[in-house]
Design a protein around this ligand. Sequence first.
Ligand SMILES: Cc1cc2nc3c(=O)[nH]c(=O)nc-3n(C[C@H](O)[C@H](O)[C@H](O)COP(=O)(O)O)c2cc1C
Length: 171
Amino acid sequence: MKTLIISYSFTGNNDKLAKAIAETINADFVQLKEKRKRTYLTILLDVIFNRIPKIQEPQKTLGQYEHIIFIAPIWFGKIASPLRVMFENLKKTNRNYSFISLSSGADGVNPNLEKELIQRTGIKPQTVINHLIKEMFASNPSTSRKEINTYKITVDEANDVVKEIITALNL
Ligand SMILES: Cc1cc2nc3c(=O)[nH]c(=O)nc-3n(C[C@H](O)[C@H](O)[C@H](O)COP(=O)(O)O)c2cc1C
């Protein structure tokens, strides 16, 4: 099965995870880059005004893949806005897709991801996985909210998460 992985990352976690998954399943891999510099303010403005930021569109045609896996962080309960252009492209192409996020979970689970995906693409995703960094600290409950929110996963941790994801994706 020909698979394309499209990732976006602001501080590196989701790109690290995406790279490890792409290497493990031997998928084509694209890291999305934005045209403008991302800031905490523009994260907030995109969420409030439902903006679609400009990205450097990848030179890959979604239509040539049987499964597209999107990987990106969650911001204020929403999927990171730079994926929005790709979701619009997917809507036109109508492909099977999944969504994966490595997010903090500092304020609990993000319950509306599947609903947002269906709203943006018009297609029900095959699989949605939100791996929470908070759970990696379950044995250490004194870890602060700030530490969880700013945690950078190691390559070894990314590889452990990959195993879980491969199983969940049934690959
Ligand atoms: C402005 C902002 C808002 C965030 N909101 C959420 C959230 O609602 N839910 C969540 O689980 N994580 C949230 N996070 C945490 C990120 O999803 C988490 O740090 C993620 O691993 C960052 O991924 P990246 O390194 O690929 O950018 C937020 C982070 C930032 C910077």
